[in-house]
Design a protein around this ligand. Structure first.
Ligand code: NOJ
Length: 774
């Protein structure tokens, strides 16, 4: 397929996805959307089978199906008691059954109790957090999102599915499609970034990868969209904290990615254990029933998050476990993770008419439907033929790492390095087999990591003597300066310093938020010492979040964000640092100058006093003698940080240059329902083959409610050799311009729109306008 067609088809796919996602939220379209899961599995035959099973089930067995238990709870008990619970139908599934290399049959032995030794033979479902790889670890999700490459992400999820299912797992708690706008929040590392369109597109790709073509295939890993909803909005970026999100923002920003991944076929949704506007996600009827079931017609099941049913007591939302069971079940929860409030109370609640028998039947129906769709009744056992870390899996992980790297500064082309240069490799995160894997790796192991130094040695061969390595600091938070001397010595012997800094894996992920996102420990101190040598410095960051770089950025010539790249970090870094590959990643999240700038995201509102570079007072410029409040200028800025972030959403440099020209719109006037064709020429004007991520943004200039200054509506990746030019085409359906108005109705409003095709969210060089007319 030539690039032109590819771009068109690709654009089509993305727009189609977004269109569905938007339309499905409009009341008038509810009931018309068809998801793969719906169309394929809501067939009369399956429902009949479910009817037959339900008819044979006792109430206790139905309640048992609604119980998802942690395997770890049972580990000290003897197997007989677990087996008895399974045989009597008191458990519907397990999470966290550990892989034991000495005992690859563990899953199957547990399954036997359910399938062969229980009255109805209903198989268990085994779930696990397979977040960015199982044994072959891929970059953290935020890193993967920096690739802006849905095909790559789909493939990575496929690899994860193949490995995990070969071990016995058939269900993953991924993708996480919470919108990540606050990098203090440790779980930002697990998100697909701050943007609704990007997260929707990439989340859908992940679902396709996990589940594959056929959910009933033994190598299909059922997906779970989490955390429904608003978890990304926790106040102050503090994990588990309260989220307060206005409904319009919820509908326009936080919910569409869930709709997109459900449309991509996700079998399950996990409710959030955070509260949203005063209601814990675990018992939010509006979300779980009115939106998910009634409006989106989701036919899969909802699982609660870990212990979240019981945590509603701590939230002060329910008085006790009985109340918790009642509120979560009545709101639409189907499967209780870890705690046992449902098992302990539902029978009594039904007897007293506080929970209906219908609600229980509907929950069990959803769980059975998923188990049937997953083929668990026919193929309950895993193949036991584990296949991990195969060469093509490793190569896929390396490719993903390369595409995730974002080059943020490259003064005087300090990168790429040349083999002839003497290079000082310094820093706490240079040779880190475990840390390079990032957060949420259960089965990933440091021993399988391909690290930097061996990769450098094998790449440089005879020239490997050009590398001078000194760690400087033993780990990212260390303040022990004993290693500085050696580091400075290594730097003195070298032409260029490459400093591997950032954060260990444990500084992001669940429960690991930071208030201050600067480089921890004595990293800045060491960089200050190195800067005194007046040699070029490249800072490579391994981190689960953007780190603020006040006092650092001006001291370095090069800056590359490598996230936590996964198993193949070493070879991937070598390829990019030495120019075998040009970096092509673009930021999926705005990079702040300081924590004090937060929240900072690209699709903000204009305000009545929009900031510009020339209309604000810099703190240093205030004349101590001038006390007049309005002098000079009042606009929406911080006196100390201005209005721009350190690096905008969508930003990322390359080793080559791209020229954008000839932006064309096939029409300036559209009716609602029309499609706008947009094209632009991209030329590689540099000397290296490289990939550019071309981004299309739109602004709705006047709205019933104020509209964001910019919204990403399409993107494409285009690879060009030196001198090569290609036309990139996008199709923009007017439905993608919809939003929720004052009445909270989804609408496309006639009016004028501005459109940019850009390198990043602050690039305004190629702009045009169009109107939607009545
Ligand atoms: C809690 C986390 O919030 C969720 O994302 C995860 O899937 C479950 N624990 C299970 O480990």
């Amino acid at each position: 397929m030539n690039q032109k067609n590819h771009s068109r088809v690709f654009g089509n796919k993305l727009l189609w996805l977004f269109l569905i996602c938007c339309l499905a939220s409009i009341k008038v379209h509810a009931g018309q959307n068809e998801t793969p899961f719906l169309t394929h599995y809501l067939d009369p035959k399956t429902e009949k089978k479910i009817d037959a099973i339900l008819a044979q089930m006792s109430l206790e067995q139905k309640i048992g199906q609604m119980s998802l238990r942690d395997w770890g709870e049972f580990k000290h008990e003897n197997m007989d008691s677990v087996a008895e619970e399974i045989r009597s139908g008191r458990i519907g599934g397990f999470l966290n059954v550990p892989r034991n290399s000495d005992d690859p049959k563990a899953f199957n032995r547990i399954q036997i109790f359910a399938v062969e030794e229980s009255r109805l033979g209903i198989p268990l479902i085994f779930g696990h957090d397979v977040i960015h790889g199982y044994k072959t670890i891929f970059p953290i999700p935020l890193g993967q999102a920096a690739s802006w490459d849905p095909e790559l992400i789909e493939h990575g999820a496929r690899v994860a599915a193949k490995e995990a299912t070969s071990a016995g797992i058939r269900w993953t708690f991924a993708p996480m499609v919470d919108i990540g706008r606050d990098p203090r929040w440790g779980r930002v590392a697990e998100t697909l970034g701050e943007d609704v369109f990007l997260a929707s597109t990439l989340g859908a790709a992940m679902v396709k990868g996990f589940q594959g073509e056929d959910l009933s295939s033994p190598d299909s890993l059922a997906a779970c969209a989490k955390h429904f909803a608003g978890y990304g909005g926790v106040e102050g970026g503090r994990d588990y904290n309260t989220a307060n999100i206005p409904m319009r923002q919820l509908y326009d920003h936080h919910l569409p990615p869930f709709k997109a991944v459900i449309d991509a076929g996700a079998v399950s949704v996990m409710s959030s254990y955070s509260e949203l506007n005063g209601i814990p996600g675990t018992a939010d009827r509006h979300l779980m029933t009115e939106i998910l079931r009634d409006k989106w017609e989701f036919t899969g099941f909802v699982v609660s998050d870990w212990n979240s049913v019981m945590e509603m007591v701590e939230h002060g939302f329910v008085a006790d476990d009985r109340d918790a069971a009642k509120r979560s079940t009545n709101a639409g929860g189907d499967f209780e993770m870890h705690s046992t409030a449902l098992g302990n109370n539902l029978k009594d609640l039904i007897a007293k008419g506080e929970v209906s028998q219908d609600r229980i039947d509907s929950a069990v129906r959803r769980l059975l439907r998923a188990k049937i769709a997953m083929g668990l009744f026919e193929t309950p056992y895993s193949s036991e033929g584990e296949e991990f870390l195969k060469e093509d899996y490793l190569q896929a992980s390396k490719k993903a790492a390369i595409e995730s790297f974002v080059l943020l500064k490259n003064k005087q082309n300090v990168l790429p390095l040349s083999k002839k240069q003497k290079v000082a490799i310094i820093g706490p995160l240079a040779e880190v087999p475990y840390q390079q894997l990032g957060t949420w790796i259960y089965e990933g192991e440091a021993k399988d990591s391909h690290t930097l130094l061996p990769a450098l040695n094998s790449y440089l061969g005879k020239m490997k003597g050009n590398i001078n390595y000194a760690q400087g600091l033993p780990y990212s938070r260390s303040t022990d300066t004993k290693g500085f001397k050696k580091a400075i010595k290594a730097a003195k012997k070298s032409d260029v310093i490459v400093f591997f800094g950032g954060e260990e894996a444990i500084l992001t992920g669940e429960g690991h938020s930071r208030g201050d996102m600067s480089l921890p420990g004595a990293q800045q101190l060491l960089l200050d010492e190195l800067a005194k040598l007046n040699k070029p410095i490249v800072l490579v960051l391994l981190s689960g979040r953007p780190n603020t770089l006040e006092g650092v950025l001006d001291k370095v010539d090069g800056l590359m964000m490598a996230w936590h790249p996964g198993t193949m970090a070493g070879p991937a870094l070598v390829d990019v640092l030495y120019g075998e590959q040009s970096p092509s990643g673009k930021l999926p999240i705005t990079w702040p100058k300081s924590s004090g700038q937060l929240p900072v995201y690209y699709d903000h509102k204009a305000t009545g006093r929009p900031p510009a570079d020339d209309n604000y007072t810099r703190i240093q410029e205030i004349d101590p003698a001038v006390t007049w409040q309005h002098d000079p200028g009042n606009s929406s800025n911080h006196l100390d940080y201005g209005h721009r972030p350190e690096f905008p959403f969508g930003y990322g440099l390359s080793y080559t240059d791209f020229k954008y020209s000839g932006l064309k719109l096939d029409s300036q006037k559209l009716l609602v329902g029309d499609t706008l064709n947009v094209s632009i020429q991209i030329k590689n004007t540099g000397r290296r083959t490289a990939t550019e991520v071309v981004q299309l943004y739109v602004r709705d200039l006047v709205g019933d409610v104020t509209r964001p200054v910019k919204e990403l509506k399409a993107f494409d990746r285009v690879t060009l050799s030196p001198g090569q030019m290609k036309t990139v085409e996008f199709e923009l359906d007017t439905a993608t311009l919809s939003f929720h108005n004052q009445e909270l109705e989804k609408t496309v409003e006639p009016g004028r729109f501005k459109l940019w095709v850009s390198r990043h969210s602050q690039d305004e060089e190629n702009a045009s306008e169009f109107d939607i007319i009545e």
